[in-house]
Write a protein that binds this ligand. Structure first.
Ligand code: UGA
Length: 417
């Protein structure tokens, strides 16, 4: 099928390359000329495993073309442009509206951008095309793999014809195709992110409680995760969650529910708990070290998640800024996010060349992004480089026993030596 994808950001680029992988002929359209030029040359402006190689190969085969405007009539279009947060927490759909005003749109246009059910209806009333909703469930760091191996494909459609077109687009993917109304598809997306974010804020609160009542969060996590109704995923407590999606989407759901006449009691505190969590993590470091002013602390991880260079809303960056404000000398290392962090932190920190150099003479180490490289480190080699003995785990991902075998003291949120 000939398919246009509007918006060459994170979602649009993965969608376009993914559709090419499913044997469609894809036209990726973005108004940013510099971005289009870089992409035409095969260069992805962010780090996402597997994406750049696939982009290059589909450009070379001619299956994927990248342009600044659409000059032909595709059979289908996906809208993947940004829907940023407005000051009141609601969602700005101006970029989607502007795509829907483009020339050469097909009869069916599918919205992938995250927007509330009410906004979908606004677009539907104003549009000359039939609209459908197909939310994305891509995690940064595994986005391309998530596209090719989804748990489910949610199709929000008004007509059997739209259902049939979308089912054939994704025919090669084995995942169940869940067909529903566009309103339900939109709410499914917000509900999924809000459910996951709520789980993280709840597990962080339980870890905070573990600290004050003297329980061990690792043991509690094992006890919780062993219940199949609860499961083990998204139970890692720490300095909070980050990224461009959870904070924005959780707030947008509460705001849109309020605008439609329902006041949620549960949703907004998910964000409030998260915003305090990095501060709690820093307070723990302060308490264990007996103050941090003038101390040297190594920081492993700046990105909000592993396998990405994205530092948006990163708890690691939040903790770094709080520590800097307290007069700490920081030596930071991240496998991919150093350049983005440098743009925000300038010369306020030392940028280490690797994990070990970051630890030289450090009074403590704070690990804040769950990169595999940090998990697999040889702890005795870390211990000899450090001056002090504390390792603070801001994502509950390090192997406590290995840390302790090297003579270092392990401290996580809700876990103390
Ligand atoms: C999230 C959802 O997982 C995707 O399904 C969704 O499509 C995407 O938002 C979106 O709306 O576009 P993402 O934010 O990229 O994906 O990454 P996640 O893997 O969900 O991680 C979010 C945050 O939670 C990260 O800061 C991560 O470190 C943190 N986290 C995750 C924890 O603190 N503890 C855990 O146990 C798991």
């Amino acid at each position: 099928m000939q398919i246009a994808v509007f918006g060459a950001g994170y979602v649009g680029l993965v969608q376009a390359v993914g559709l090419a992988e499913l044997d469609h002929e894809v036209f990726l359209v973005d108004i940013d000329e510099a971005k289009v030029e870089a992409l035409q040359g095969g260069s992805v402006p962010f780090y996402e495993p597997g994406l750049e190689d696939a982009l290059k190969s589909y450009i070379a085969s001619g299956a994927l073309r990248i342009e600044t405007s659409l000059d032909r009539n595709p059979e289908l279009a996906f809208v993947c442009v940004q829907t940023p947060q407005l000051g009141d927490g609601s969602c700005n759909i101006a970029a989607v509206k502007s795509v829907l005003a483009s020339a050469h749109l097909p009869e069916l246009v599918v919205i992938k951008s995250t927007l509330p059910p009410t906004e979908f209806r606004v677009l539907e009333v104003e549009s000359n095309c039939e609209l459908a909703m197909n939310p994305e469930f891509l995690r940064e760091g595994t986005a391309f793999d998530d596209f090719l191996n989804p748990d489910r494909i949610v199709l929000g459609v008004r007509t059997p014809e739209a259902e049939q077109v979308l089912c054939s687009v994704y025919e090669k993917l084995e995942a169940p195709k869940l067909v529903m109304s566009p309103e339900s598809a939109s709410l499914t997306k917000y509900a999924a992110n809000t459910m996951l974010a709520s789980r993280l804020s709840l597990i962080n609160e339980i870890a905070n409680i573990a600290e004050v009542v003297g329980a061990d969060m690792d043991a509690v996590r094992e006890g919780l995760g062993s219940d199949p109704r609860i499961g083990r995923q998204f139970l890692r407590s720490g300095a909070g969650f980050g990224g461009s999606c959870f904070p924005k989407d959780v707030l947008a759901l509460a705001t849109s529910a309020h605008a439609s006449g329902y006041d949620s009691k549960l949703i907004r505190p998910v964000i409030e708990v998260n915003e305090e969590q990095a501060g709690r993590f820093v307070a723990k470091i302060e308490q264990e070290l007996g103050g941090v002013n003038g101390k040297r602390i190594a920081v492993w991880g700046l990105a909000f998640n592993k396998n990405t260079d994205d530092i948006r809303e990163s708890p690691a960056m939040r903790a770094v800024k709080l520590l800097l404000a307290k007069g700490v000398f920081l030596s930071v290392y991240d496998p991919e996010a150093m350049q983005n962090a440098r743009a925000e932190l300038g010369s306020d920190v030392h940028y280490a060349a690797d994990v070990l150099e970051a630890c030289d003479d450090a009074d403590a180490l704070a690990a804040l992004t769950e990169w595999d490289e940090f998990k697999e480190v040889e702890w005795p080699r870390v211990a000899v480089r450090m001056k002090g003995g504390f390792v603070f785990d801001g994502k509950s991902f390090l192997d406590r026993a290995s840390v302790e075998r090297s003579g270092l003291k392990y401290a996580g949120v809700g876990v103390c030596d």
